[in-house]
Design a protein around this ligand. Sequence first.
Ligand SMILES: [Fe+2]
Ligand SMILES: [Fe+2]
Length: 152
Amino acid sequence: MDIVAETQRLQRLIDIYPEEKPFIEWGPKYSLEEETIDSHHLLIVQYINLLHLMIEKESHELSIGSVFNALKEFAVIHFAYEEEFFDEVNYEHTAEHKIEHKLFTTQVDELFKKYQAGDEKMIQKLYEYLQNWLLKHILVHDKKYLGALKNR
Ligand SMILES: [Fe+2]
Ligand SMILES: [Fe+2]
């Protein structure tokens, strides 16, 4: 997958509404100073921002379900990338980190299914979950493996 091209494709879709502030503003605070990991995290942020924008604007450029699935699929690719590295270096917090990744996939799935089944208040919960999980996951859990990554 061409991460840069995909990020640009999402940006063009987001730019259809130039007056809208992004739901999650990517900035240096999210950077782990590792190019590949940062590019993955940025793409995840872009998927979340596009999903948020489409739901809020009731945009029909793409189906909301397809954006949600693309977000989930890429999250799985990213998690596998991190986990492969953990196994390679015998990272000490592998087990708990893998649990975090699994939880993300099952919980967003559950919230999105409830939303699609007509439970409108679930969307707010989904946004909060996506935002809080991402912040905490990148800044706490992913940051923790940086040392191991740099010593590879
Ligand atoms: Fe992670
Ligand atoms: Fe990550």
